[in-house]
Design a binder for this molecule. Structure first.
Ligand code: MFN
Ligand code: ZN
Ligand code: ZN
Length: 581
């Protein structure tokens, strides 16, 4: 599409544009410097006078597609009474609150101004299913991270110290499953879950493979940079959700300190003022869930400040928050043992899925109550993840949807980080542990619209190596834009009701230069893309590695020929060429 968005206050951090009144021009789906008089004829114009313009929202960590999400849908019929969507002449019907159907997910993200969402965990054997659901999700450009931290071949090659084969394997797996980046979930621990066990320290070797979390994290980080992957290793650290776990989280980050980053992608870069290249060697997921101090739930407190101190003093880490906005959630993760522990704590119904071969996962309904001391503390910790990290380019706003709560609660989180008055209001409604056992009550920082654009657009895009087209309104970027009906000149952080209203319904969402949402209503459904990393290594290396893989494949329940996900499973497949040689 071709469109002009006129006269709005623009917040585009990758171009250091902080609230200037500007016109945005989009031609054939891409941002351009200007349109000629002839081109300006007969095109759509949005008058954004008195409104706020940002690049389309980018979610770099959300659980939206694949087997565990679908397990959540299947085991929670009660979740599907809560949000019903009638079909229209344009849109599908849909239902589900914490685990909505794929159509509803696409519409709900888009009506909030989001245009790009990455699935946080694809188990290789479930890649086809994941792609089928991404394919069916409207309005969002997507991609996903491949779960490799407890993969048999990975562990074997790393144990043998065969980095070349390990790298060739990663490259082949990305192409085979059409995945975008490396995900590492509870390294060494998920493998132990096959034996009903876990690991609890970075130097505890697991059963059979005899490899430690430290060795896996180190190995994957090195391979990631050897290949020049677009994003850092995405790490879900060990001991998630255990009191005291902040210590292992911090120690895990130290492993990739000093690793030199290398991003070797063949792409055209949009013009940006901030260096768009990736400069972090680790992307830590959902810091809040990995940030407990104390020894039991009875004496637990926030350990976020210790991890935030580390991140503030180093430049190799970026994290996302995993905020818990209270209310219903469905927790789901490749970390099977972590969900088992929550199952024994709550007695809620539990699904233990994707345990075949090299993965694990668990799903469990979970409600965060304002009356519960620990849940109230978690609410405070999630906001600490965004407010104690000084440089907004080191953190990203998420709820680890639907683990901390569904992504439709993002407007609440945005408003809490922008408004101390809203935080005070919530402190007055929730358990006193939120205040007594965290630092949140003493923080008066209120983020600006510019900061918010970093946390929800520019930084997630930069972190995953997508700043060449996402999270930016620079010339050459994709024409994805959010127009919020809020005048930054009149913004009053104390009027948090107005902020909540603003963020719940974008005035306009523009995708590839087409208006897709007006006043929170979907008005058109253009195509979308799926990104994956097409990583090249020398043919000879790939061949040698495949001899091992084919040999071991007799233990798999699928035939080798049925393992790959062909491109036809992807909507508008968009490979990113990565030179891993
Ligand atoms: C990652 O995957 C991902 O992870 C994320 O829920 C996830 O309330 C999965 O039942 C959680 N609470 C306690 O035990 C607290 C202690 C309790 C006690 O027994 O003493 N204390 C009190 O109740 C306080 C009483 C005093 C007071 O101050 O009021 C338990 C409970 C819980 C807590 C359970 N924990 C789990 C949290 C972790 C991980 C959720 C989700 C997680 C999901 N993504 O005088 C007075 O004032 C009286 C004071 C009171 C008194 O002493 O009586 C994948 O990718
Ligand atoms: Zn995780
Ligand atoms: Zn997650």
């Amino acid at each position: 599409g071709t469109i002009t968005i006129k006269n709005g206050y623009v917040f585009d951090p990758l171009n250091e544009i902080n609230g200037e009144i500007m016109d945005i021009f989009i031609k054939d789906g891409k941002v351009v410097r200007e349109l000629s008089a002839a081109e300006m004829k007969d095109i759509k114009v949005i008058d954004a006078s008195g409104m706020t313009i940002m690049p389309g929202g980018v979610d770099s960590h959300s659980h939206v597609a694949g087997a565990k999400v679908n397990a959540g849908r299947a085991m929670r019929p009660e979740d599907h009474y809560k949000a019903n969507l009638q079909k229209t002449s344009l849109t599908h019907s849909g239902s589900g609150y914490t685990v909505p159907s794929v159509y509803k997910q696409g519409y709900d993200y888009s009506t909030m101004g989001y245009t790009t969402v990455f699935e946080a965990a694809i188990p290789p054997l479930e890649a086809r299913h994941t792609h089928e659901e991404m394919h069916a999700t409207p309005l969002l450009d997507m991609g996903g991270y491949l779960v490799l931290g407890n993969n048999f071949f990975m562990m074997r090659y790393l144990r043998e110290g065969d980095m070349e084969k390990a790298a060739a394997y990663v490259a082949w797996m990305m192409k085979t499953h059409k995945a975008y980046g490396i995900k590492c979930v509870n390294p060494a621990g998920v493998e132990n879950w096959s034996w009903g066990k876990n690991v609890s320290s970075l130097d505890e070797a697991n059963i059979h493979f005899e490899i430690t979390p430290r060795e896996i994290i180190k190995g994957l980080t090195e391979i990631n940079e050897l290949l020049g992957m677009p994003m850092p290793v995405h790490l879900h650290a060990n001991n998630l959700g255990h009191p005291g776990c902040y210590a292992i989280t911090k120690d895990s980050l130290k492993i990739s300190d000093g690793v030199k980053t290398r991003q070797d992608m063949d792409v055209e870069w949009a013009e940006t003022k901030i260096d768009p290249s990736r400069n972090r060697s680790v992307y830590l997921s959902h810091l809040m869930f990995n940030g407990f101090a104390g020894t039991t739930w009875a004496d637990c407190e926030s350990g976020i400040k210790y991890v935030a101190d580390y991140i503030n003093n180093k430049d190799h880490v970026v994290t996302d928050s995993g905020c818990t906005p209270f209310g219903e959630a469905t927790v789901m993760t490749g970390d099977g043992p972590a969900i088992h522990d929550l199952y024994t704590l709550t007695g809620n119904k539990w699904s233990n899925t994707d345990v075949e071969m090299e993965c694990g996962s668990g799903v469990l309904p979970f409600t965060y109550y304002k009356s519960n001391p620990v849940h109230s503390l978690q609410w405070a910790m999630g906001l600490e993840c965004l407010l104690l990290i000084n440089d907004p380019w080191k953190t990203i706003m998420t709820t680890d949807s639907p683990n901390g709560g569904p992504f439709t609660k993002y407007p609440e989180v945005m408003t809490w980080i922008m408004s101390e008055a809203f935080r005070k209001q919530t402190f007055s409604e929730c358990h006193k542990w939120a205040n007594d056992r965290s630092t949140l009550g003493g923080i008066n920082r209120e983020l600006s619209l510019y900061d918010l654009a970093i946390l929800t657009r520019a930084n997630p895009a930069k972190t995953i190596g997508m700043a060449h087209r996402k999270g930016s309104l620079g010339v050459g970027a994709d024409g994805d834009v959010t127009v919020y009906n809020i005048n930054p000149q009149q913004l009053d952080a104390n009027n948090y009701e107005a902020l909540l209203r603003t963020f719940r319904k974008a005035e306009y969402t523009v995708k590839d230069g087409e208006i897709v949402v007006v006043k929170g209503e979907v008005v058109s459904l253009p195509g979308k893309r799926t990104y994956y990393s097409d990583v090249h290594v020398q043919d000879e290396r790939e061949k040698e590695m495949l001899v091992d893989v084919k040999d071991w494949f007799r233990y798999y329940t699928v035939g080798f020929a049925n393992y790959p996900t062909p491109e036809k499973y992807l909507e508008n497949p968009t490979p990113i060429q990565v030179n891993g040689e």
